[in-house]
Structure formats: structure tokens, C-alpha cells
Design a protein around this ligand. Structure first.
Ligand code: S3P
Length: 444
């Protein structure tokens, strides 16, 4: 058994000792965050009942559920076994008495803007936590305004709090300058409620969960992956469905890297979503020499799913840039940890989007891993990470960013000496049971 991993006072600081023992076992990965948001939203906008199995119970999905409850949807108590959503139907949302709160969740705020802007009546106000209030909303507000939306807010309606006067909107063909599933999904949700064909084209294909789920709920939607375009023809009523949410590959990513870099480890990660718009992490780790196999591959509610077996391996550096970036955008912090253990220089480019995530993840990764002794050069759109030297445990901070907290925890397992990770509980945004699973794995 390795030394214990435990949390300590203040309760939000994780104290993590290095692991000299392999990680072995089976981990059931909690529900995919992106798919969970969409299941709640489409369930609320549909007519009839939606049953959701495997919903992620995290702070972000609770924010989405609370917003749609305030808009009139009946959502049963959230648990990962089964959640029932009694939909309101398109165009029938209630005007809430109070300000909606998206918490830390960019997906909640950006997608709901498309929903609310196209409500033919009603006035809505929405805000979020400090991190979310600092994140750019113009990328969604601008195309919605081109559709005729009335949206007000700070900094020219580019920062929350935002206010929306629901309007009937006109369809557009929007060429997005960035590959963003949040932008794409927001426009699709507005287009769904508008008369005619709304198309969005993006520079590279971003995650396509909205397209898959909208089709399953009966929307008139057509995709063209070659041109990275999708068209929804509205108004298109949705019908409630049964949805099984696969495990989140972005959560599995922490264990994929942990087992890869801790000698003699072997983990089986069950029920992981392996949608090709999300599997950039697997492609990169395999290119680095990782030992990962997909088993029991199947399709569940229109999404490919597999069990992932990972064994430790010696990693070598790689280059990460271009079209793969949107397919692993949330995994770059943990890939940076893998890069510190890989021989050679790993170069990450075209990743400026990381600066406007829950934290500035390029700066956060560079600062925190440098504190641990890693050799990192930060660029405007990426990082160079020279791997192969021993990390040292030290005082660290997650910047209140869930993926930073968990990424640093994995780095700490392979470090020499104890690490203290401030704001560790930020992990509850996407993976509330992360630290418990880690404790179980190391035999506590
Ligand atoms: C998400 C899309 C991505 C991702 C985020 C979830 C989604 O954001 O980083 O964690 O569920 O649509 P962008 O659309 O801003 O790239």
C-alpha cells in the first residue's frame, strides 16, 4: 500500500503524498458533463418525459438543472441512477422572477443564451461566478444578435451578467472564427426555434454531442463533417427520450495519465464515451507510447462507448496542434503532466482558447508545474514542456479550476515529497468523487 492521500485543513486543500506503489483496479467513470447538460436542456425543451441514466451529478450540471427548473421544467431529484425531466415544450418557458445563475459553467450560460434569445416572449437575466463573469460571451452574443436577438450586458454585452428580451429570430449561416461546441450549440438551439434553415460552419470539427442528441430528440438536423457544417431547420419540436450518459473521457483522462506514468499500474476505466470528436487524448497518448486498449466497444444512445484498459508505459514527447486541439481542449492540463514524464520536448500550439477557460490554463499549468520543478516555456498559444526530470512536491493552487486541481493531484502522485493543492474541491464542478476514488485506489 502506498502512503495515504488525504485532504487537510483548511478543508479545501488537498495534501498528496507521492505514490511508490502501482495504481490497480477498476474505475467507473462518472457521466459526461457535456452530454449531461444537453440531456437536461433538451429534456426541458421537449414535449413529454425524458429519463436520464448516468447523469453527471456535479456543480455544473446542478447549475443547468436549477436554471431550467426556474424556467418551468419539472426535474426530479438529481441522482446518477435515473433523473426524470418533464419537458415544457419549445417556446413555452416561463419568465423566472429572479436572476438565473450558471455558477462556474460556460456550457450552461452559452447554451441557455441561444434558448432564451429565441423565446418569443419573456425577459431573462443570467449571471455566474467570478470566473464565468470574466469569460467572453461575445462569441455567442454576436451571432445571436445577427439573428435579431436583444441581449444587454457588461462590456458591450460580452460579459455576464447578461439580460435577454426573448424575440422571434431569423435564421443565419454563421461562419464561426473558432471551433467551439458551445458557440455551435447555442446557435443550433436558437435556430431550432426560428423559421427556416440555420447553418453554422466552424474551422475544425468541435464535439458533436448536440447534433447527435438533437437528432435523437427528433429535430430536423443535417451535418456535413467534411465542411464542418451543421444545419437545423426550425421550428422543430423535440420529443422526450430515454438517454444513457456515458462516462466522461475528460474525467477518465486523469486516470489514463496516472496509470501511464506510475510504474506497474493497470486500470480498467469502464463505460467511457469515445466519440471521435473527443478522443484526441487517446490519439496523443498512443503517439507518446502509452499502452491503452479499447474493450467492449458499443453504441449507447447514439454515442460510441468503450472500456479503456491502461497499463504503465515509458512515454516520449510529441507535438500537439491544429485540428486535434478542439478534440482534446479540456485535456491539455493533464497532457502537460504526461509531458513532464515523457522523454523530449512536447510542443503544444494553437491552444490560445485555454486562456479563456475556467482559469487561464496555459499560465496556470506553466506556473504550477514550474513550481514543481518542470521545465516549461509559455507561448501566447501554447507550451513547450521538456520532460524527464523528477517533479518535486510543493505548495500548489488550482486557481479554482476543476481540471487544474485534478491534473496537479496526478502530478503530485509522481513527485518527490508532499504536495498541498489549494482549492482542491474545485474538482466538484465535474468530478466530485475524484479524491475519494484516488483514496480508494491507494488503499485508504
Ligand atoms: C463544451 C465545449 C468546450 C469545452 C467545455 C465543454 C461543451 O468549450 O471546453 O468544457 O459542452 O460544449 P468550447 O466550446 O468553448 O470550446
Amino acid at each position: 500500500m502506498g502512503q495515504p492521500v488525504f485532504t487537510l485543513q483548511p478543508p479545501d486543500t488537498w495534501c498528496i503524498h507521492p505514490q511508490f506503489q502501482p495504481l490497480r483496479g477498476v474505475i467507473a467513470i462518472p457521466g459526461d458533463k457535456s452530454i449531461s447538460h444537453r440531456a437536461l436542456m433538451l429534456g426541458a425543451l421537449a414535449t413529454g418525459t425524458t429519463h436520464i441514466r448516468g447523469l453527471l451529478i456535479g456543480e455544473d450540471t446542478c447549475s443547468t438543472a436549477a436554471c431550467f427548473q426556474a424556467l418551468g421544467a419539472r426535474i426530479s431529484e438529481l441522482n446518477s441512477d435515473s433523473v426524470q425531466v418533464d419537458g415544457i415544450g419549445l417556446g413555452a418557458l416561463q419568465e423566472p422572477e429572479d436572476v438565473l445563475n450558471a455558477g462556474n459553467s460556460g456550457t450552461t450560460l452559452r447554451l441557455i443564451l441561444g434558448v432564451l434569445a429565441a423565446q418569443s416572449q419573456g425577459f431573462f437575466a443570467i449571471t455566474g461566478d467570478r470566473s464565468l463573469r470574466s469569460r467572453p460571451m461575445g462569441r455567442v452574443v454576436t451571432p445571436l444578435q445577427q439573428m435579431g436577438a436583444l441581449i444587454w450586458g457588461r462590456k458591450g454585452a460580452s460579459r455576464a451578467p447578461l439580460a435577454i428580451q426573448g424575440q422571434s429570430l431569423r435564421p443565419i449561416h454563421y461562419h464561426s472564427p473558432i471551433a467551439s461546441a458551445q458557440v455551435k450549440s447555442s446557435i443550433l438551439l436558437a435556430g431550432l426555434q426560428s423559421e427556416g434553415a440555420t447553418t453554422i460552419t466552424e474551422p475544425f470539427l468541435s464535439r458533436d454531442h448536440s447534433e447527435r442528441m438533437l437528432a435523437a430528440f427528433g429535430a430536423a438536423i443535417a451535418t456535413n463533417p467534411e465542411t464542418c457544417s451543421v444545419t437545423v431547420t426550425g421550428p422543430s419540436q423535440l420529443q422526450g427520450q430515454d438517454v444513457s450518459v456515458p462516462g466522461d473521457i475528460s474525467s477518465a483522462a486523469f486516470w489514463l495519465v496516472a496509470a501511464s506514468i506510475l510504474p506497474d499500474s493497470e486500470l480498467l476505466l469502464t463505460n467511457v464515451g469515445v466519440n471521435p470528436t473527443r478522443t484526441g487524448i487517446l490519439e496523443v497518448l498512443l503517439a507518446m507510447g502509452a499502452d491503452i486498449h479499447q474493450e467492449n466497444v458499443r453504441v449507447v444512445t447514439g454515442e460510441p462507448v468503450a472500456d479503456l484498459r491502461v497499463r504503465s508505459a515509458s512515454l516520449t514527447s510529441t507535438d500537439i496542434q491544429g485540428e486535434i486541439i478542439p478534440r482534446l481542449i479540456d485535456e491539455i492540463p493533464i497532457l502537460a503532466v504526461a509531458a513532464t514524464a515523457a522523454q523530449g520536448i512536447t510542443r503544444i500550439r494553437d491552444a490560445a482558447e485555454l486562456r479563456v477557460k475556467e482559469s487561464d490554463r496555459l499560465a496556470a499549468v506553466a506556473q504550477q508545474l514550474t513550481k514543481m520543478g518542470a521545465s516549461i516555456t509559455e507561448y501566447a498559444d501554447g507550451l513547450d514542456i521538456t520532460g524527464g526530470s523528477q517533479l518535486q512536491g510543493t505548495e500548489l493552487d488550482s486557481y479554482g479550476d476543476h481540471r487544474m486541481a485534478m491534473g496537479l493531484a496526478i502530478a503530485a502522485l509522481s513527485a518527490q515529497g508532499t504536495s498541498y493543492i489549494g482549492q482542491g474541491n474545485a474538482a466538484a464542478v465535474s468530478y466530485p468523487t475524484f479524491i475519494h476514488t484516488l483514496q480508494t485506489l491507494v488503499g485508504e
